[in-house]
Design a protein around this ligand. Structure first.
Ligand SMILES: CCC/C=C/C(=O)SCCNC(=O)CCNC(=O)[C@H](O)C(C)(C)COP(=O)([O-])OP(=O)([O-])OC[C@H]1O[C@@H](n2cnc3c(N)ncnc32)[C@H](O)[C@@H]1OP(=O)([O-])[O-]
Length: 295
């Protein structure tokens, strides 16, 4: 009898939780559907729980070259999904031919030094790195120059088997300007980064994986589904704790080991003030799935 009562109570709780989630899903759909007048990107909501935002770079004629208009739309979409509590993670992708072939060379070519300085050129480029939610780059085709830099601003890079990564700026008489010398060196080490930046040569998906730039390689037609699957897995955890964890891993790239370890320890301690940490451990003890509230 007690078991039946427990079962009913459990079901009722599930129904209440599902009902509570409905407005959140509507919020997600609202952002995705109101924000569909994009010129250079596409936005959708994916996954069984509709908690994964997919942003697709969509400027096929220029191989998704990252013009100002595209970067502005990307920033707007990231800010929108960033504020949307029903979105747990974001996937950023391009086409099968190109994730992005770099900054728009034709748009950038007339720039002068003083225009770059006074116009704060590239200031719009940092939104991906500022986003608090996890972002997975799903890279098919070319990820060159600013395209590779954009992928490296994401938290995880998955590649299609035919993806090609590179920093060809050197052949244009310039150098990477959005993290190509810094994030690449941290990801693949000095010798690999030097070779890529100084020769301008491209590296394939397998090589990029061996170097540690990419974490997994898939057949091109499975890439996006796999990225969404990983984003959904991330979304099963507490969004609050995910945010803290992302911040802690990122700290590894910005500080000394001792400072990083201290930051990690304090952040770990801080999770003990959250309802989700309590629920996660209680659920383990009770042998049931955790019901996180992001609190
Ligand atoms: C932000 C911080 C600093 C970053 C700097 C950079 O990223 S510097 C950039 C670093 N990146 C590079 O240096 C790579 C530059 N791109 C390439 O080397 C080649 O396009 C390719 C090897 C990727 C593909 O060759 P393929 O023979 O298969 O294709 P295709 O060549 O025929 O291109 C199709 C159309 O796309 C156009 N378009 C392509 N990329 C760009 C671009 N970045 N810009 C503008 N347009 C671009 C291309 O002009 C053409 O249009 P058109 O003329 O028909 O109106």
């Amino acid at each position: 009898m007690a078991n039946i009562a427990k079962l009913i109570a459990g079901r009722a709780q599930n129904v209440l939780q599902m009902a509570a989630r409905q407005p959140q899903l509507a919020t997600a759909s609202r952002f995705a559907s109101t924000a569909n007048n994009w010129e250079y990107i596409k936005t959708e909501v994916a996954g069984e729980k509709k908690n994964v935002a997919v942003i697709t770079l969509n400027r096929p004629k220029a191989l998704n070259a990252l013009c100002n208009g595209l970067m502005k739309e990307l920033s707007t979409a990231l800010q929108g999904f960033g504020k949307d509590s029903s979105i747990a993670a974001i996937v950023l992708t391009g086409s099968e031919k190109a994730f992005a072939a770099g900054a728009d060379i034709k748009e950038m070519a007339p720039n002068t030094y003083s225009q770059c300085i006074q116009g704060n050129f590239l200031n719009d480029w940092t939104e991906v790195a500022r986003t608090q939610k996890p972002i997975i780059a799903a890279v098919n085709g070319y990820a060159l120059g600013g395209g590779n830099e954009l992928a490296m601003m994401c938290d995880i890079i998955y590649a299609g088997e035919k993806a090609k990564f590179g920093q060809p700026e050197i052949a244009l008489g310039t150098i990477p300007g959005a993290g190509g010398t810094q994030r690449l060196a941290r990801a693949v080490g000095k010798s690999n980064a030097m070779e890529i930046c100084l020769t301008g040569n491209m590296v394939g998906a397998q090589q990029a994986q061996q170097m540690g730039l990419v974490s997994k390689v898939f057949p091109p037609d499975q890439l996006l589904a796999e990225a969404i699957k990983t984003a959904e897995k991330i979304g099963t955890h507490s969004n609050l704790i995910i945010q803290l964890c992302k911040e802690a891993v990122n700290t590894a790239y910005e500080t000394t080991l001792q400072e990083g370890l201290k930051f990690e320890r304090r952040t770990f301690h801080a999770t003990f003030s959250t309802a989700d940490r309590k629920e996660g451990m209680q659920a383990f003890v009770e042998k049931r799935p955790a019901q996180f509230k992001n609190e």
